[in-house]
Design a protein around this ligand. Structure first.
Ligand SMILES: N[C@@H](CCC(=O)N[C@@H](CS)C(=O)NCC(=O)O)C(=O)O
Length: 138
């Protein structure tokens, strides 16, 4: 089992994307240090660790920095192999699980945050404050 010193997670308790790696680490019984970002702020560590997207969550495992919640979950699943696996072993079931995880990211989270992706032709490329109404692709 990794110690909390080896594993750090940059995230925020209220972030659904941060919840994914937290659940995965708990399933694998991996101790970790949770480095919480303040809402509306980006720490130097976050900007340095995820210069491409500048978003949480970010997993820091010794010298490895892993970004993007679904990729982090796969990394956790492959690094800590004792105990149960998170993603199904069967390729078809694995593909199905990935499909629904992508669906949640593409459709659900934007809808929950009130920022559904705009259809082609929407002003500014975004529909603000509308939840699944006309013009929404949810
Ligand atoms: N695709 C990313 C999405 C992560 C994401 O959107 N994180 C939000 C917090 S829940 C964030 O960092 N937002 C700050 C920003 O957009 O600048 C993932 O799956 O990790």
């Amino acid at each position: 089992m990794a110690s909390a010193r080896d594993v750090k997670l940059i995230g925020r308790w209220a972030s659904p994307y941060s919840m994914r790696p937290r659940v995965a680490l708990n399933i694998k019984s991996v101790g970790y240090k949770f480095l919480q970002e303040k809402a509306g702020e980006k720490s130097g560590l976050l900007l340095k660790s995820n210069p491409v997207y500048k978003k949480i969550p970010v997993l820091i495992h010794s010298d490895n920095i892993v970004c993007e919640s679904r990729i982090i979950v796969q990394y956790i699943d492959q690094v800590w192999t004792s105990g149960r696996t998170i993603l199904p072993e069967d390729p078809y079931e694995r593909a199905t699980a990935r499909f629904w995880a992508a669906y949640i990211d593409d459709k659900w989270f934007p809808w929950l945050s009130g920022r559904p992706k705009a259809r082609v032709g929407e002003v500014g490329g975004e529909v603000r404050g509308r939840r699944g109404g006309e013009g929404s692709d949810v």
